[in-house]
Design a binder for this molecule. Sequence first.
Ligand code: MG
Length: 367
Amino acid sequence: MSSNKGVVVLGSTGSIGRQTLDVIAQHSDRLHAVALACGTRVAEMEGQAARFGVQHTAVGADAALGLIGLDDADIVVNALVGSAGLRASYETLAAGKTLALANKESLVVGGDLLMPMAQQPGQLMPIDSEHGAIYQCLLGEDPREVSCLWVTASGGPFRGRTRDELAQVTASDALAHPTWTMGPKITIDSSTLMNKGLEVIEAHHLFDMPYERIQVVVQPQSAIHSMVEFADGSVKAHLGTTDMRIPIQFALSYPERWDAPVEPLDFRTLGRLDFAAPDTDTFRCLSLARQAGAVGGTLPAAMNAANEVAVAAFLRGDCGFLDIPACVEAVMSSHDTQPVESVDQLEGVDAAAREAACRFLSSVHVA
Ligand code: MG
């Protein structure tokens, strides 16, 4: 690998993609963009390509696969949205390249396939503030001495609301997220706590940790990005400014640390750190995701597909907030779970679960 690494950015016009290009611009002596892919905002991507002198671009998840094999591509930042990102993750690891993974659905759906392919240290770097935090807390530690992972959650914009109140909320209420700036899909997932459920499954795969040793705690200030508890009762926490460029940069700089254009946390003005248990009775997606993860096999893929369909419907105003967990639960309960075998199989499960989710939502709509 050359000292100036070539980066492919899949999902370049989304929140993570734009911030990745920001990191690349800050560190042009160490990183350069070699290819960009987007979903629909083609003119914006062409502007980025002109600005960064990028020759190779692609539109859509299938076309994006063609960029992974480019000779000067060392790192692939997978910031595609949803299970459509699975094959790109698979192809990146199969090509022996570094996968900087913001597409957590890849691991939720295909963690059983992807993790055995990523045995080189640093080959799969999470771009998720919680998992970047845990990754850093584990550096230099013996995995056998870890007793528990604490995944922190902001609690989302509806923390403290009752189910009756949640029945009335709209997509624009949910998109007003208090701490992190993110795309619409993850913002809705954040408001249902499904994002935290997906992150528990992501942590299970990334850190080879059984589900009973992964805890979720609400930390509303989002100053603690996650924690690791060890056998002797010591706990390491990762703190920092809530700016995704920090975890993005860490994924690209590892094993080094580079300067970041981010104001460091000023503990003198931070005030307080609060903690609370998540309200899993009201926000049922977290428990449903945990349940899917614990059963394993193809169930997380079906669960994830149902969630993607329901979130898209909610964003269009076609279903209510509480229809999201109801849809996920209905699809999970009708799914015949099988061991994970291949990307083709998982794409088949994804497609079937999407159909089941659409049927469920249209039945709710008629009633
Ligand atoms: Mg996260």
